[in-house]
Design a binder for this molecule. Structure first.
Ligand SMILES: Nc1ncnc2c1ncn2[C@@H]1O[C@H](COP(=O)(O)OP(=O)(O)OP(=O)(O)O)[C@@H](O)[C@H]1O
Ligand SMILES: Cc1ncc(COP(=O)(O)O)c(N)n1
Length: 269
């Protein structure tokens, strides 16, 4: 039996809703064997981030080699990378091990405002990692920082997605989770040739901690199974929407999403 395998390179969230924890739960829920390279430990809960502790560079590099020298992830995602040095080492490993199906979630700040990517690392992300991406999945503020343009309208989101492809990514998804002016949570995918629009109704909930991580992890899992990009994005959107809609009510502030929801809904159908 062939088991699809995927790797996440990201930060640990002690609260379990975002980062490595969200990624591995999502991989598992979608029937994919998950592996991890941890870039930083965060002390975090539903109220916010209480501390950020980057892993020593050598520790990140050794984890990358442990995976690359033995295991064969069919798809890889990056989340919180924290520093330019870590980005540099990840880019080297991606090229060395030919991790061509690379999903970049350019995590920059947590929902509560804590910095998860140092300011000076943004240029390294653009220069070294973005050109290796099968797809990059910024939210609007992240897309603005990556492209240097302001984004208000749908046209501007499309332009930003196109620009990210011109900058070297093979595809870009600009997420609409932050745009509360519309009743739909609509994401724009530019696959290098055409635009696709993936949408579900916006859920009125404060429990959206880790939505971006969960979405990009679900995309990575679907790509690891050999699915095409549009199908992977559509399944990921269904997965994250179910996870938001069936929130768990865990924690006192911005709770995690429900990683069981997609599988449970399919089981009762
Ligand atoms: N309230 C909501 N209702 C429905 N869908 C949502 C909602 N919030 C986010 N989404 C969807 O969740 C996915 C993740 O998007 P989001 O914009 O939250 O990412 P993000 O800001 O990068 O997340 P994170 O802050 O966790 O990294 C997208 O498909 C987005 O449209
Ligand atoms: C380790 C880690 N990675 C990513 C996020 C982003 O998630 P959110 O913006 O929902 O807090 C996070 N909070 N922590």
């Amino acid at each position: 039996m062939h088991i699809p395998q995927a790797l996440t390179i990201a930060g640990s969230d002690s609260g379990g809703g975002a980062g490595i924890q969200a990624d591995l739960k999502t991989f598992q829920e979608l029937g994919v064997y998950g592996m991890s390279v941890i870039t930083a430990i965060t002390a975090q809960n539903t109220a916010g981030v209480q501390g950020v502790y980057p892993i020593e560079l050598e520790g990140v590099v050794t984890q990358l080699h442990s995976i690359g020298d033995d295991l064969q992830p069919a798809a890889i995602k990056t989340g919180m990378l924290f520093s330019a040095d870590i980005i540099h080492e990840v880019a080297i490993a991606v090229r060395q091990y030919q991790w061509n199906t690379l999903v970049i979630d350019p995590v920059m700040v947590a929902k509560g405002g804590s910095v998860l990517l140092q300011q000076q690392a943004i240029q390294a992300l653009i220069r070294e990692l973005l050109p290796l991406a099968a797809v990059i999945t910024p939210n609007v503020p992240e897309a603005e920082l990556l492209t240097g343009s302001t984004i208000h309208t749908l046209k501007e989101r499309e332009q930003a997605a196109r620009q990210l492809v011109q900058m070297g990514a093979r595809a870009a998804v600009i997420k609409g989770g932050h745009d509360t002016s519309t009743p739909q949570a609509m994401d724009v995918l530019f696959d290098g040739k055409q635009f696709h629009y993936v949408e579900y109704p916006r859920v009125d909930t404060p429990h959206t901690h880790g939505t971006g991580c969960t979405y990009s992890a679900a995309m990575t899992a679907e790509l690891a199974k050999g699915n095409g990009l549009l199908q992977a994005v559509q399944t990921a959107k269904a997965f994250v929407h179910a996870a938001i809609e069936d929130g768990l009510g865990i924690g006192s502030v911005h709770g995690p999403t429900n990683h069981f929801a997609y599988r449970q809904r399919r089981a009762v159908r």
